[in-house]
Ligand binder design. Structure first.
Ligand SMILES: Cc1cc2nc3c(=O)[nH]c(=O)nc-3n(C[C@H](O)[C@H](O)[C@H](O)COP(=O)(O)OP(=O)(O)OC[C@H]3O[C@@H](n4cnc5c(N)ncnc54)[C@H](O)[C@@H]3O)c2cc1C
Length: 432
């Protein structure tokens, strides 16, 4: 088997791996760099689909960011001249009809949790689950109601800490309103996040080879300190030798690479939740007649959050946790999932609206992410450096090693910090 030799190998062509490659190329001009991904397309969890005929671009993976809280992503989009648009949806729980009162009730519950959060020490916030903390503060019935109404199953996860759960509630565009926060100016890319991926790939400009359908299965070290990467490809196994390696993979994936040997304190403490995004596309935006444009309906059904855009002809559904599993199963098994969907939202429509009067979708699809996002299973982040270094020549990055876990911004921060250490001594000693 012939062995390819590189100065730096980057494993994972998601936004973090591609942004890291761009950085490496600027720090080490002339270095031999290649990127590898097991998928047949670059981009990882961002996954935009253009529905054609001006129907809109639907994000089946990551989709929104806040320039205030996500400055690196904002500057990357600005660098590539990507146009952005507002991502603003008014959270509206369906609870016996569209319930504005429910928002007031949820805000009261959140305020009580908020006060208690600030008077609880950080170490305690990391050692108790959000659920346990909140049940103590507001009682079980009120916390259950809050979780039901806000459309996030993950808030109930026994391993989600008070610290991370509170941030999820306070920072997500759908629920930040419950804390009276209007400051976040959430944005989406007009061309979809995949167009940012396209720009990043184009920017490699032949300076770094992009190898798709290359799944890293193992890594070993040579006598001279070089790394041998073992890939499975469509054409059989391939070995690559690299002086330095950056692992820009979802962390649960890095933990499964033979020979990478991430410490147990990392791998044993990672938890992930499934996510699903699905859409129904229609010839007309029928929801305008019901005042639903610009609303995000939250429901207690498996269709946890339903977005009704003002400028596109699809309805987007976003569910997490147990609901994501149920919805996935229903999409696979229920040939008439659209009727199930309409029956569920009929609660929100004016009394007497016949479901049969609503149009059938022209198109529908979904994308299920079994490990959609990861978080620490209790306890503090023990990797405050932003990345995990393995000897002099390898580093693992993950949004989990930053305070922006669950967001692209965290993945970018982590990749930047990993590249900084990997490139420290590279300029004077590129691999020969
Ligand atoms: C449904 C959903 C909605 C989200 N919404 C948002 C949002 O609105 N805003 C936001 O900021 N974030 C959001 N996120 C999170 C965001 O997608 C991630 O934080 C981000 O994609 C992380 O980037 P990454 O490059 O580190 O990892 P990824 O995007 O996961 O890319 C990693 C790449 O590694 C590849 N890979 C994995 N294993 C191997 C292997 N063994 N060998 C080779 N290649 C491998 C994968 O194929 C993938 O391409 C969302 C995630 C999901 C699933």
């Amino acid at each position: 088997m012939s062995v390819i030799r590189l100065d730096i190998a980057i494993v994972g062509a998601g936004i973090s791996g591609l942004a890291a490659t761009r950085k490496v190329l600027s720090e080490m001009p002339g270095a031999r760099v290649a990127v590898f991904d097991r998928a047949d397309r670059p981009g990882g969890r961002p996954c935009s689909r253009d529905l054609g005929d001006g129907m809109g671009i639907v994000e089946l993976g990551a989709g929104r960011f806040s320039p205030n809280s996500h400055p690196q992503l904002a500057s990357l989009t600005a660098h590539y001249g990507q146009a952005t648009k507002s991502f603003e949806y008014r959270l509206t729980p369906i609870h016996s009809g569209l319930s504005e009162q429910a928002i007031i009730l949820m805000s009261e519950i959140c305020n009580e949790i908020d006060k208690n959060y600030h008077s609880t020490e950080l170490i305690q916030r990391h050692s108790i689950s959000l659920r346990r903390a909140a049940v103590r503060i507001v009682g079980k019935a009120r916390f259950d109601l809050l979780v039901d109404l806000c459309g996030y199953d993950t808030l109930n996860h026994p391993d989600l800490t008070f610290e991370e759960g509170f941030r999820l509630l306070r920072q997500h565009p759908e629920t930040s309103i419950l804390f009276g926060r209007q400051d976040n100016n959430w944005r989406a890319l007009v061309g979809g996040l995949s167009s940012l991926v396209d720009s990043l790939v184009e920017d490699l400009g032949g300076q770094a080879e992009l190898n798709l359908e290359h799944e890293l299965v193992g890594i070993s070290t040579e006598g001279g300190g070089d790394h041998i990467l073992h890939f499975e490809t469509a054409y059989g196994q391939k070995a690559v030798c690299a002086g330095k390696v950056l692992f820009a993979l979802p962390i649960w994936n890095s933990c499964r690479i033979n020979g990478l040997n991430l410490p147990t304190m990392v791998c044993a403490r990672i938890q992930s939740v499934p996510l699903i995004k699905a859409y129904f596309a229609y010839a007309e935006r029928w929801w305008g007649d019901f005042g639903l444009e610009g609303r995000c309906l939250s429901t207690t059904s498996m269709f946890r959050k339903i977005y009704f855009p003002k400028d596109a002809n699809y309805v987007l559904i976003y569910s997490d946790g147990t609901s994501a599993n149920k919805l996935h199963e229903s999409f696979v098994l229920d040939s008439d999932i659209h009727t199930t969907f309409l029956q569920m939202i009929s609660d929100a429509l004016p009394f007497g609206t016949e479901i049969a009067a609503l149009p059938n979708p022209q198109d529908s699809d979904y994308r299920f992410w079994p490990h959609g996002i990861s978080f620490w299973r209790n306890g503090l982040n023990l990797i405050p450096t932003g990345h995990w270094q393995i000897g002099q020549g390898a580093a693992v990055c993950s949004d989990l090693f930053t305070s922006k876990l669950g967001w692209i911004e965290g993945a970018l921060e982590s990749a930047e910090s990993a590249v900084r250490v990997l490139c420290e001594n590279c300029i004077s000693s590129p691999h020969n």
